[in-house]
Design a protein around this ligand. Sequence first.
Ligand code: GDP
Ligand code: MG
Length: 163
Amino acid sequence: ARPVVAIVGRPNVGKSTIFNRLIGDRLAIVEDKPGVTRDRIYGNAEWNGKQFSVIDTGGIEIDGEDMILKSIRIQAELAIEEADVIVFMCDAKAGLTQSDEEVAQILFRSGKPVLLAINKVDNMKRAEDIYEFYSLGFGDPIGISGSHGTGIGDLLDEVVDAL
Ligand code: GDP
Ligand code: MG
């Protein structure tokens, strides 16, 4: 089977935008398992000759303000279960938030390789905004922009190295 890369992060950081860039038109058949799995989106991707599956965990969003944290936890736990490599995504425009720290705590316990991608680094002025994310403890943050496509090649180099 193909190795699995899961994109995890709180809502609105750009997970689906990046997912769509990674898979292009290679959307896989969505697996129809009962329960929460139903909403996950799987796709196939390839980089440097390596093929892998990608999961956009943000498909598992539960309605209602008070459910956001619960849904983030469920997503992170499902990703940990299934993924060989986790891309933990945060948002440079919003900065570091409490929800990011919640996700970080769950991912820490996973023992799976985690790459920290900071999205919405749309211009050079924003490049320095990634440094506060060092405090999450997942090493060097990788600045990317889903809008412009910048940094995604660097992220994919690290993803396939970790597979
Ligand atoms: P998700 O909830 O994590 O899946 O996030 P989405 O992919 O739905 O994106 C949330 C919002 O952020 C949308 O309005 C996107 O257009 C926007 N967005 C995504 N990537 C970028 C980016 O690189 N820069 C900026 N400025 N906005 C982005
Ligand atoms: Mg989404």
